[in-house]
Design a protein around this ligand. Structure first.
Ligand code: AMP
Length: 192
C-alpha cells in the first residue's frame, strides 16, 4: 500500500486537489478536518468536544485524530493506498503514524507539501469562507491562530520528513486552481 501525505498550511489547497490525486492513483482520501466536521454535523459527543477547539483554530487531541486514521486504514477496501490530508499536524502525530504503519509492515511513501505564504493563506481562506461557510474560516483572529498553530506545531514536520528523505514541495502561491493542480500532479508523477 502507498501512504501519501498531502502537507501544507491551511488554505494551501489540500482539499481542493486531493480528489484528483486520489482518483489518479486509486487512493482513499482521508481528511481529518472533514471527518471532524462530519462528527460536528452529526451532533456526536466527539463532535461537541472537538467543535470548541476547531472554532478557536487549535488542534484537537492526538488520540482523537489517530483513532480516526486507524479506523479509516482498517475499513478501506479496493484501494491501492491512502492520501492523508491534514494529518499528521504535529511531531507526536508523525511519530505515532510511523508506529501505526510499522505495526502494519508499512511506512510513509512520500510527503507532498503545498506551499503558500501567510498573506495568501488569509486571501484564500477569506475567499473560501464565502463559499463553504466554515465557522473556523469566518474570523481573522481564528485564521491567525491557525497560521500560528501551523508554524509552531506543523511546519517542523518538514524537517522530520526531509531527514527521512520523503519530502517533496510544490509552490502554489500564484496561479489558478487548474495550474496548481497540474503542478501538484506533475510533482507526484516524479515520485509515484
Ligand atoms: P482542516 O480541515 O484540515 O483545516 O482542519 C480543520 C480543523 O480541524 C483544524 O484547525 C483542527 O482544529 C482540526 N484538525 C484537523 N486535523 C487535525 C489533526 N491532524 N490534529 C489535530 N487537529 C486537527
Amino acid at each position: 500500500m502507498k501512504y501519501y501525505i498531502l502537507f501544507g498550511p491551511p488554505g494551501a489547497g489540500k482539499g481542493t486537489h486531493a480528489g484528483a490525486i486520489a482518483q489518479k492513483y486509486n487512493l482513499k482520501h482521508i481528511s481529518t478536518g472533514e471527518l471532524l466536521r462530519a462528527e460536528i454535523a452529526a451532533g456526536t459527543e466527539l463532535g461537541k468536544q472537538a467543535k470548541t477547539l476547531i472554532d478557536a483554530g487549535s488542534l484537537v487531541p492526538d488520540s482523537v485524530v489517530e483513532g480516526m486514521i486507524e479506523n479509516a486504514f482498517d475499513t478501506a477496501k479496493g484501494v491501492e493506498g491512502f492520501l492523508l490530508d491534514g494529518f499528521p499536524r504535529n511531531l507526536s502525530q508523525a511519530q505515532d503514524l510511523d508506529k501505526i504503519l510499522e505495526k502494519r509492515g508499512e511506512g510513509v511513501t512520500a510527503v507532498v507539501g503545498l506551499m503558500i505564504d501567510d498573506a495568501m493563506i488569509f486571501e484564500r481562506i477569506r475567499g473560501r469562507a464565502v463559499i463553504e461557510g466554515r465557522a473556523d474560516d469566518a474570523s481573522d483572529e481564528v485564521i491567525a491562530n491557525r497560521i500560528k498553530t501551523y508554524h509552531s506545531q506543523t511546519e517542523p514536520l518538514i524537517e522530520y520528513y526531509k531527514k527521512a528523505g520523503k519530502y517533496w514541495e510544490v509552490c502554489v502561491n500564484g496561479g489558478t486552481i487548474e495550474e496548481n493542480r497540474a503542478r501538484v500532479l506533475a510533482k507526484i508523477e516524479t515520485i509515484a
